[in-house]
Design a protein around this ligand. Sequence first.
Ligand code: CTP
Length: 412
Amino acid sequence: MGTRPRVVLGVGGGIAAYKACEVLRGLTESGHDVRVVPTAAALKFVGAATFEALSGHPVHTDVFTAVPEVQHVRVGQEADLVLVVPATADLLAKAAHGVADDLLTNTLLTARCPVAFFPAMHTEMWEHPATRDNVALLRSRGVVVTEPDSGRLTGKDTGKGRLADPREIVDLARLLLARSDALPRDLEGVRVVVSAGGTREPLDPVRFLGNRSSGKQGYALARVAAQRGAEVTLVAAHTAALPAPAGVRVVSVSTAAELQTAVEDVAVDADVVVMAAAVADFRPAERAEHKIKKQDDDSAPTVLLARNPDILAGLVQRRRPGQLLVGFAAETGDEHGSVLDHGRVKLKRKGVDLLVLNAVGEGRAFEVDENTGWLLTSSGLEQRIPLGAKSELAATVWDAVAELVRAGERRQ
Ligand code: CTP
């Protein structure tokens, strides 16, 4: 895209409208040209001046402003992506049935680009058969209607219907701009386990052996799987900085042993297990009960290490028929072979169905937002994954998994 991607941010009339401001900020800061189109009800929650100041564009709700510019058609036609944040039950109903009674609903009818709704409403409204039918109808037309999160709602209520975290919305928006077909509902009914983050192996109550994994790749995998319809459990080790993906059950762990217990517990019922976590291969053989003190003679303690179990190898041994296992490998090329050579060997040795091979070193893969590598399958497929957002890599992995799930179903 030569020019700045043009995003229309529709804002519905719900209390979560204030979070649309954060989405707007996230998108403009990452170089997107954002036009905000609120409903009249949205402006009861957030003033037009806020949207105008943050977007740098005038804000209208009706089709009778700037009539010579034919806004009710133009705004939709010129967009590269339309987002609706928050999508109320009312807006979903209008969009499903083609009602066009203000600028936003007109824009939804004229848009030819990807359209994504991010719902927020009370649980009763989200679960109402009318809303379920409207969501199903929109999805059957290829419109993205994301899963809301569970948690605190307006007032004292908690339940499903909370707006996804604004950072997650920005990430999914960027994914759809890069690949409009990244979020099909092709994992519905598939039970997925993803491990993410880096384990910490305690030395004493304050020190640990750790690694540089941020958990971003595992979170992107969980997020994209959930939005493709999968039932996802995320086993997360030290990922506090990341927003929990909407609609995903998160189990927090710390050490490799805890990660092993948590993953094995949920893997029993899973159709797919993705081991994206950086699991420590070694742990201090002993954990000191008290903080290890410096000695007067300037000597330093010797730390003995013990081997941790290979969790993925255990999963491969106990795998259920039809269960798919996905491993990650972080490699550098050396005198024994290239990154790809090492990956091929590891794919065979690990016995997994899919191996995501990352080239690491020189600032690549760890703690950054982008990733690149290869996707290797046990059937011999080798797909180069171009440098892109971790969500894009996640979408490539789920494309391959969905294909294998479909092939498995055909065989049954
Ligand atoms: N893994 C695991 N348990 C461990 C270590 C790693 O389940 N104790 C998983 C990782 O989550 C990843 C895959 O195994 O999916 C590959 O990890 P990696 O450390 O690259 O492979 P190793 O088999 O440890 O090989 P190496 O000798 O290169 O370290």
